[in-house]
Design a protein around this ligand. Structure first.
Ligand SMILES: *[C@@H]1O[C@H](CO)[C@@H](O)[C@H](O)[C@H]1NC(C)=O
Ligand SMILES: *[C@@H]1O[C@H](CO)[C@@H](O)[C@H](O)[C@H]1NC(C)=O
Ligand SMILES: *[C@@H]1O[C@H](CO)[C@@H](O)[C@H](O)[C@H]1NC(C)=O
Ligand SMILES: *[C@@H]1O[C@H](CO)[C@@H](O)[C@H](O)[C@H]1NC(C)=O
Ligand SMILES: *[C@@H]1O[C@H](CO)[C@@H](O)[C@H](O)[C@H]1NC(C)=O
Ligand SMILES: *[C@@H]1O[C@H](CO)[C@@H](O)[C@H](O)[C@H]1NC(C)=O
Ligand SMILES: *[C@@H]1O[C@H](CO)[C@@H](O)[C@H](O)[C@H]1NC(C)=O
Ligand SMILES: *[C@@H]1O[C@H](CO)[C@@H](O)[C@H](O)[C@H]1NC(C)=O
Ligand SMILES: *[C@@H]1O[C@H](CO)[C@@H](O)[C@H](O)[C@H]1NC(C)=O
Ligand SMILES: *[C@@H]1O[C@H](CO)[C@@H](O)[C@H](O)[C@H]1NC(C)=O
Ligand SMILES: *[C@@H]1O[C@H](CO)[C@@H](O)[C@H](O)[C@H]1NC(C)=O
Ligand SMILES: *[C@@H]1O[C@H](CO)[C@@H](O)[C@H](O)[C@H]1NC(C)=O
Length: 504
């Protein structure tokens, strides 16, 4: 439809329905011109958007623009104050001459999850002087974030994550310095390549700076932002830091702390115990050393505790096993020693203690973790008899690994591992017979190497494994024959060092 025709339609429509207030007419034209600049291809962006909803397809002059999908007007002035076109399947560019920039009263603008074909973020965005919320994330912008974004001094939230854009370090400072009302800043995946400036607004509640190529030392003042609820500096491998040696101002408000990959080369401070609101604590790959402080037992709301791949040592304090809301515990690849305490809470879904120096018996309380899905205990010094009944009631169990300890797997009660198992690693567990695998008919990964399995693999096992098994390792056993190898989905099979004769 030509522009003149469209204008006429708009005009006529407004004459007829007598809602022809001046701002409406201009706004309607601006919005329709904006619509026109995008041929709509919802399918082009479905990889990010679960359900693209082409809101603009309902935009036409049969209704007042203030009632269009995604458009909100001020009740008194009639100005368009909100435009929400998130996940709308927009494909095209937004140039500086776009009619979008005529909507000068916007307070909220959400263009996230569209496909703007690597167009630059126009300096014109800086002219939305009333804007409080701007979301351009996941939308295929490229180039630099323009200096003019710092003009948006009323912004409460700015989300620019997941675009291939850069932010000049000086503009980063300027932005922080000028946007004094900012509560939420999400720059995830934007290339900033600078040190972290000091100019953060004390209103900040959410700061997302993961994958931003930041380097240098984290300024301690970040931990003292008094209202901070979520801080992510993860995946900036040139970043290092020190935990504050005094109580953090933000400790009562922090819910998520993600410092994955930041080099602390430090002990976890006792003050971690003041993070009483924290639910997600991600400190993997942080070069942490020393023990977990006893004060960890203060974190009664914690759900995710991830300390994977550090050099933490000593015994795991008993408080860890009593955290009432803990669902995900990852202490793998550290240097923990000593025995495990009994689990006092039953909320765990994932336990990873792999690759430490833990010893002694496995606690009986594992059998009470009814929601347990992942249990990784390989590469430790656990010892003694471990009975299959410890795991037989864990009906959600998907992954179990006990390899490379000093345990003997027994089956005194003639029970079976749960049917839900998909990955099972039992290398060097003194396994003699396979009866405990009778129910496990969904296995895709099975390591039974270095055990004491004799004779032949039973027929029921081959039929269990027929359709799904991808990796099967029964090397280093005492098998005499292997009859029915042709498993349909097998990638890898290892039969070395058995007593096989004849046909294999
Ligand atoms: C205008 O949009 C409405 C939905 O908002 C739709 O029902 C109607 O068919 C559309 N009219 C035209 C002419 O496209
Ligand atoms: C807007 O500018 C682009 C180039 O920057 C040009 O191709 C386009 O025709 C212009 N659109 C209008 C409506 O002026
Ligand atoms: C920063 O804010 C001040 C006061 O609102 C304003 O005068 C100045 O132009 C702003 N600077 C930038 C770069 O936006
Ligand atoms: C940011 O803060 C630092 C230190 O407080 C100050 O020197 C610098 O001028 C500030 N930057 C801007 C752009 O105001
Ligand atoms: C990030 O930007 C800097 C310069 O601004 C550049 O040297 C570097 O290669 C960029 N990194 C990536 C991953 O794009
Ligand atoms: C935060 O803590 C620091 C250091 O203890 C202190 O100097 C500062 O005044 C505190 N800021 C706020 C806003 O509470
Ligand atoms: C971490 O920091 C320490 C001390 O500053 C340094 O010796 C070490 O090499 C750093 N590690 C990495 C992986 O950068
Ligand atoms: C544990 O939290 C309480 C307040 O809930 C606090 O008084 C105590 O000092 C904290 N302990 C540690 C070691 O952080
Ligand atoms: C463990 O962390 C170090 C950095 O501290 C990193 O270089 C290494 O790749 C990490 N290992 C694993 C298995 O993630
Ligand atoms: C923990 O490691 C430190 C070195 O980082 C060492 O001095 C200390 O003795 C170790 N503690 C235990 C219990 O192994
Ligand atoms: C197990 O998970 C279910 C569903 O998420 C939940 O309702 C239940 O409380 C969990 N059990 C325990 C002991 O946490
Ligand atoms: C173990 O139980 C199965 C049935 O669940 C039974 O067929 C088998 O004979 C039992 N084996 C022993 C040694 O009791």
């Amino acid at each position: 439809m030509g522009y003149a025709v469209m204008l006429l339609l708009v005009f006529l429509c407004h004459e007829v329905s007598s809602i022809s207030i001046l701002p409406h007419k201009h706004q309607t034209i601006s919005l329709l011109k904006f619509k026109q600049s995008f041929p709509i291809h919802p399918s082009a962006v479905t990889c990010y958007c679960p359900k693209p909803h082409p809101k603009m397809s309902s935009w036409n002059t049969s209704r007042d623009c203030c009632s269009w999908d995604g458009v909100v007007c001020d009740g008194i002035t009639g100005h368009v104050i909100e435009l929400d076109l998130r996940c709308s399947g927009l494909v095209g560019t937004i140039d500086s001459n776009s009619s979008l920039f005529q909507l000068s009263h916007l307070q909220r603008l959400d263009l996230s999850f569209n496909y703007f074909s690597n167009s630059h973020i126009s300096p014109e965005f800086g002219k939305f002087s009333s804007l409080k919320h701007l979301d351009l994330s996941y939308s295929y912008f490229s180039g630099q974030i323009p200096y003019e974004v710092s003009h948006l001094s009323k912004l409460h939230s700015l989300r620019l994550s997941y675009n291939s854009i850069r932010l000049d370090p000086q503009n980063f400072e300027m932005l922080l310095q000028n946007l004094t009302q900012l509560r939420e800043l999400d720059l995830t995946f934007i290339n900033i390549s600078s040190t972290i400036p000091l100019n953060f607004s004390s209103h900040l509640t959410t700061l997302g700076l993961e994958y931003t190529q930041l380097y240098g030392l984290i300024p301690e003042s970040i931990f003292h932002l008094p209202n901070l609820e979520k801080l992510s500096l993860a995946y900036n491998d040139q970043l290092s830091g020190h935990f504050p040696k005094i109580k953090w101002n933000s400790s009562a408000s922090l819910i998520t702390l993600d410092l994955h990959g930041v080099n602390f080369s430090d002990n976890l401070p006792d003050y971690i115990g003041y993070l009483t609101s924290v639910r997600y604590l991600f400190l993997s790959d942080c070069n942490l050393r020393g023990p977990i402080p006893e004060s960890i037992s203060n974190l009664t709301r914690i759900e995710y505790l991830d300390l994977f791949n550090n050099s933490l040592n000593g015994t795991i304090p008993s408080g860890v096993f009593s955290l009432p809301s803990l669902t995900y515990l990852n202490l793998g690849s550290n240097k923990f020693s000593g025995q495990l305490e009994d689990f006092k809470a039953n909320s765990l879904i994932s336990i990873n203690l792999r690759d430490n120096q833990l010893q002694g018996h496995l606690p009986h309380s594992i059998q009470n973790q009814v929601n347990l899905t992942w249990l990784r205990l390989s590469f430790n010094n656990f010892s003694g008899r471990v009975d299959v009944s410890l795991f037989s009631n864990l009906i959600q169990l998907w992954h179990l690994s006990l390899s490379y300890n000093n345990i003997s797997l027994t089956n005194d009660n003639n029970v079976t591992l749960p049917e839900s198992l998909v990955e099972l690693e039992l290398a060097t567990c003194e396994v003699k017979e396979l009866e405990f695998l009778r129910s496990a008919n969904q296995l895709e990964y099975l390591d039974l190497s270095n055990n004491k399995i004799e004779g032949r693999i039973p027929d029921w096992a081959w039929s269990n494994w027929n359709f799904l098994m991808r990796y099967l390792n029964i090397s280093h056993n005492m098998l005499m024959s292997v009859e029915s190898i042709p498993l349909q989905s097998l990638d890898t099979i290892d039969l070395r060092s058995n007593l096989l004769q004849g046909r294999t």
